[in-house]
Design a protein around this ligand. Structure first.
Ligand code: HEC
Ligand code: HEC
Length: 440
């Protein structure tokens, strides 16, 4: 571990230490461990302005793209996180907005356990996967290190082909949710590109991914299969001949059909809500991932669509480092954070365990107040502060869509987060609600 004595490094670790001591949480994140000082985080290079090409796009298109980028959570992974001095917890550093993994910034420090999906590093821009490390790229319009030299066609082809820079070479790697974003229309993807052309250009060259060549081949094949299945859900595909060994088997309870209230919504409203949910990648965290023998990797299990962390499914197995943001467990529905373990919720319309018992107003209030319908504080990593940029009309469409999907009975366990931490996070949410959603 590198050490620094820069003022920001000291400030950062002092604040982290204060929070950890406040919560009585040890450096490893174990709830009962003795409090101890985490090692100092490496200081990042200062922010450097870049040089952007002229932006020919209309204000209207840029505004549409801004809404899509913020509500789809692109900033979660492409804007480096720091210890926010105002909030006292890690949050996106808007002075580095969308500039990707900072040059020389830290890799994830801990270990993924057997079956875990990924470990998110200290700046939320480096990702340790079971087979390598990936880094989010610079999406600002800097000509040398960002998207300034890309054409609109290259940008669209990244999503259409699942290949780096839209070419024919290496695949786009996880955890970039390109497969969900590609369900957007060309117009929407162009709006995203237009917005990215309008933001401040920052000069920053993220590290090169660390992926062994055999894995690269497997992921090319995987991405091609995802595209084939989206074009034809009934396509018969074969398992790859080579590939990583399967993760330990998960013993999940069978899927149980629930009971939805009798509600009906106009078809176009449901369709609009579906686009927001599917293209907004809500399934990534709310649909449990299980081993998919055709893909030969864990993938979202659509027979459990949007039903949240399965009853009895495993917690994250590995060990996050002291500054890592989160460890994602084997079903992508359990998240180990420095203050405890949080589980994604059941959004299907089952009355007893999902969203069927909520009114539309209660649903809107989740995003407007950062609380669950039962009043409990909404915890990370739910990106509510980004999703809440959606106008009420869009959130109503999301609710209509959620009421139209198969109800599944699945009681998600309560988060393992001590009451003091929940109290602290209530204060954090209250402060976040004082700002406009997203960049400020
Ligand atoms: C869960 C984290 C995550 C989220 C959310 C995310 N990205 Fe990414 N993105 C990544 C990572 C990691 C890479 C690097 C992947 C690689 O090296 O192939 C990446 C790469 C990219 C690339 C370059 C792909 C290539 O290799 O040519 C583009 C463009 C991109 N992201 C755009 C977006 C946009 C737009 C959004 C929001 C709509 C978004 N990303 C949301 C993690 C994320
Ligand atoms: C990075 C993972 C992640 C993504 C992406 C995500 N969620 Fe969540 N979501 C969670 C987690 C974890 C919780 C539970 C938080 C808690 O217990 O306080 C949650 C909670 C919620 C809740 C509260 C449910 C309840 O029972 O009170 C709603 C509603 C919700 N998410 C909707 C969405 C929608 C809509 C999207 C897509 C626009 C989305 N989520 C994307 C992780 C995620």
């Amino acid at each position: 571990m590198r050490e620094t004595t820069t003022p920001s490094g000291v400030l950062r670790s002092a604040l982290v230490l204060r929070i950890l001591l406040l919560l009585g949480i040890g450096a490893a994140g174990a709830l009962n461990a003795q409090p101890q000082a985490p090692p100092l985080a490496p200081a990042l290079k200062p922010v450097r302005p870049g040089k952007a090409p002229p932006n020919p796009y209309s204000k209207k298109l840029v505004a549409r793209g801004r809404l899509l980028v913020i509500s789809s959570g692109c900033n979660d992974c492409h804007t480096p996180w720091h210890l926010d001095p105002d909030l006292g917890v890690p949050a996106p550093d808007w002075t580095r907005m969308l500039s990707g993994h900072p040059e020389g910034g830290p890799d994830p420090q801990g270990e993924v356990g057997p079956g875990d999906i990924a470990l998110i590093g200290p700046t939320f821009t480096s990702f340790k996967l079971p087979f390598g490390v990936t880094y989010s790229l610079n999406l600002t319009p800097d000509i040398d290190t960002g998207t300034g030299s890309w054409t609109e066609k290259m940008f669209l082809d990244i999503f259409r082909k699942g290949r780096h820079l839209g070419g024919d070479g290496r695949p786009v790697y996880p955890p970039m949710p390109w497969d969900w974003y590609r369900t957007r229309s060309d117009e929407d993807l162009k709006a995203i590109f237009a917005y990215l052309r309008s933001i401040p250009p920052l000069r920053n060259m993220p590290s090169t991914e660390k992926i062994p060549p055999p894995v690269e081949g497997v992921i090319v094949e995987l991405n091609n299969k995802i595209i084939a299945l989206q074009a034809n859900p009934g396509a018969k595909l074969e398992a790859p001949k080579n590939g990583p060994p399967p993760p330990p088997a998960l013993a999940l309870k069978p899927v149980v059909t629930g009971t939805a209230p009798k509600r009906s919504y106009p078809a176009d409203l449901v369709r609009k809500g579906k686009t927001i949910v599917v293209a907004g990648a809500c399934n990534v965290c709310h649909t449990p991932w299980t081993y998919n023998p055709v893909m030969r990797v864990p993938a979202p299990d659509m027979t459990r669509m949007l039903s949240g962390h399965p009853e009895g499914a495993p917690d994250p197995q590995g060990k996050p480092g002291p500054q890592d943001i989160a460890l994602i467990g084997p079903t992508f529905t359990s998240f180990q954070l420095p203050f405890g373990i949080v589980y994604s919720k059941n959004l299907t319309p089952d009355i007893a365990t999902g969203s069927g018992g909520w009114t539309e107003e209660k649903f809107l209030a989740i995003f407007r107040t950062a609380r669950h319908p039962d009043g409990r504080v909404l915890l990370p990593p739910m990106p509510w502060d980004m999703v809440r940029i959606l106008p009420d009309a869009d959130l109503r469409a999301v609710f209509a869509y959620l009421q139209s999907i198969p109800p599944l009975r699945n009681e998600v366990p309560a988060p393992k987060v001590p009451p003091e931490a929940q109290k602290m996070l209530e204060g954090v949410n209250a402060k976040m609600l004082l700002h406009a959603p997203g960049p400020h």
